[in-house]
Structure formats: C-alpha cells, structure tokens
Design a protein around this ligand. Structure first.
Ligand code: FES
Length: 157
C-alpha cells in the first residue's frame, strides 16, 4: 500500500474540500470524487474524516463507496484490467477470460494483486462489441480473446 499518500498534507486538502462542499446539496459524491483523486482510494480512515466533516453516518458513506464502481476502498494497481461482461462479450465467453485472469493473478474481481501491479475489474459494454470478448489494460484494448491468450498478454506488463 502506498502509505505515503495518507499524509497530513493530504488530510488537510481533504478538509478543505469538505469545507467547500459541506453546505451544498448532495455534497457527498463530489467530496468522494475529490478524496479519491487526493488519496487514490477511499479506505475507512478517509471515510471517517468525511463522515465527521459532512456530519453523515459512516455506514451511509461506506454504502455509497461500495456501490459505485468508480470508488475503490483499496489502492489500485499500476495496471487496471477491465474485462467486459456486457452481453456481446459474455455470449462470446468473456467469463472464461475473466476466470483465467483470476487464476493467473490469484485475485478476485475488484482486488489488486499482491505486488500492486494489477487491479482486476469487470466492466459493462465498452462499445467495442465487434471485438468481443474484449478486455482493457489501462489504455490498451484486446479483442477476440480466448482464455489461453491471457498469460502471454499479462507477461507484457
Ligand atoms: S459487450 Fe463488451 S464491448 Fe460491448
């Protein structure tokens, strides 16, 4: 974990963001967005600060953080792998591709590999159905995948 992101300086920045948004309607989402930019993720310590600052129950904040895919409790890996589970990709076997990645990296969806290199995510249609099944690794797009393609692709990173 990149502990150096949890500095006093960053917590000060967070407090400023909270102060700025506090009296606005629907302050939570913008504050969470900013907080995630500052810290790279939204662990409980950060949520507690937001709960205090916005005077909202921690459980409510936790609910929002875990509901929206854009928020993450843990720091993300250097590379984010997104496997599309949209209909076209699913029909063409993206679940098998996803399972193979889980096996290769020994992680579940939403988690980051122990070396901090890869975060695995399942996504909705990314608009490249013609290439189904599709996965992305950061900006790179891979299409017409079969499970056996996975090891050599991962090796490139
Ligand atoms: S369903 Fe996967 S890209 Fe559209």
């Amino acid at each position: 974990m990149a502990n150096n992101t949890f500095t006093e300086e960053n917590f000060t920045k967070l407090k400023e963001v909270i102060a700025k948004n506090k009296d606005k309607q629907g302050a939570l989402i913008p504050v969470l967005n900013e907080a995630q930019k500052i810290f790279g993720c939204l662990p409980i310590e950060v949520q507690k600060e937001i709960s205090k600052g916005l005077n909202m129950p921690l459980a409510e904040i936790y609910g929002v953080v875990t509901f929206y895919a854009q928020f993450s409790l843990e720091p993300k890996g250097k590379y984010t792998i997104g496997v599309c589970l949209g209909t076209a990709c699913y029909v063409k076997g993206s679940q098998k591709v996803l399972d193979r990645i889980k096996e290769e990296l020994n992680i579940e969806v939403g988690k980051t590999s122990r070396d901090g290199k890869f975060t695995l995510e399942a996504t909705r249609c990314i608009g490249a159905c013609g290439l189904a099944p599709v996965m992305t690794i950061n900006e790179d797009v891979y299409g017409r995948l079969v499970a056996s393609d996975i090891p050599s692709i991962l090796q490139k990173y």
